[in-house]
Ligand binder design. Structure first.
Ligand SMILES: C[S@@+](CC[C@H](N)C(=O)[O-])C[C@H]1O[C@@H](n2cnc3c(N)ncnc32)[C@H](O)[C@@H]1O
Length: 281
């Protein structure tokens, strides 16, 4: 089958990605609990798409600070097994901390590059990956690995971002950061699978018999004049903020504030987002 070439501009660089995530790990840990309710709104449809039910064995790839592995463990229950994994051990520190704090079933976490998974063939009923596959240069190898560790009939569900223009937080903060610090292209990989059908094509080329895609386009109603955008700034742009002086940081944040306030209607800023769930059997 013909697979559409991945746009070069969005292609990640392995060393840069490792550095980015190592540098942002503290921010992901810090924001994981305050953002848990918002995270759960995305976790639920992803876990549904993966067909996760009580007693299942699920592998979560690129778990970061534990999304959706922690929600998955609750759903799989005491007879199930959830394994969370990530390339960067520092990113998983938050997940391990949070797992200790939960009552009931908790996931096990292990460091793993999704292009070389340390698991047996057919070991899992389902695989999830929330906002991770786009950062893997050899995405095709990762998809073949996912296919290998899934039992026959099992499902893999990936969540990826739609286009930058439909993701208000990234678009506005990205423009502000580029205006103050210059454009470095580090936001581009987020949108690598934003074209409909692209990830599905890759999954079928990796051996999945069938795929489906569902777009989620919620609009968050954020309070004007509040720094509702700070989590996104620190989690997605944290690797760029380290060199800023306190004064430069204040100027950047004031600019972000202004951009969102300019969009407010009746004290509410509508913040659109566009995610896509891609499922393979
Ligand atoms: C945007 S974060 C997503 C974290 C979490 N799934 C969430 O949605 O909150 C992307 C994660 O992908 C991980 N990652 C990048 N390349 C990877 C690879 N080759 N194998 C496994 N994880 C990888 C990063 O370390 C990072 O934790």
């Amino acid at each position: 089958m013909t697979v559409t070439a991945l746009p070069d501009a969005f292609h990640p660089d392995a060393a840069r990605e490792r550095k980015r995530w190592a540098a942002s790990a503290d921010a992901w840990d810090r924001w994981a609990d305050p953002m848990a309710d918002l995270a759960d709104k995305l976790n639920r449809p992803l876990l549904d798409a993966a067909g996760l039910a009580e007693g299942h064995r699920l592998l979560d790839l690129a778990s970061g600070a534990g999304e959706p592995a922690l929600s998955a463990a609750r759903r799989a229950g005491p007879d199930g097994l959830v394994v969370g994994s990530d390339l960067v051990p520092g990113m998983m520190a938050g997940a391990v901390r949070r797992a200790h704090g939960v009552e009931g079933p908790a996931p096990a976490f292990t460091a793993a590059d999704m292009t070389a998974l340390p698991f047996a063939d057919a070991a899992f009923d389902g695989v999830t990956c929330r906002f991770g596959i786009m950062f893997v240069p050899a995405a095709e190898s990762a998809l073949r690995e996912v296919r290998r560790v899934l039992r026959p009939g099992g499902r893999a569900a990936f969540m990826v971002w739609g286009p930058r223009a439909g993701n208000g937080l990234f678009a506005e903060i990205g423009d502000a950061v580029a205006g103050h610090l210059g454009e470095d292209g580090s936001l581009d990989p987020l949108f690598r699978f934003s074209a409909p059908g692209l990830l599905s094509d890759l999954m079928r080329a990796a051996g999945f018999a069938a795929t489906s895609e569902t777009d989620l386009t919620p609009v968050r109603k954020a309070p004007a004049g509040q720094p509702f955008w700070r989590a996104a700034l620190e989690m997605s742009f944290g690797h760029r903020l380290a060199g800023l002086s306190a004064e430069q940081r204040v100027t950047l944040e004031a600019d972000i504030d202004r951009r969102f306030d300019a969009q407010a209607v009746g004290g509410i800023v509508p913040v659109p987002s566009h995610a896509r769930i891609v499922v393979g059997w």
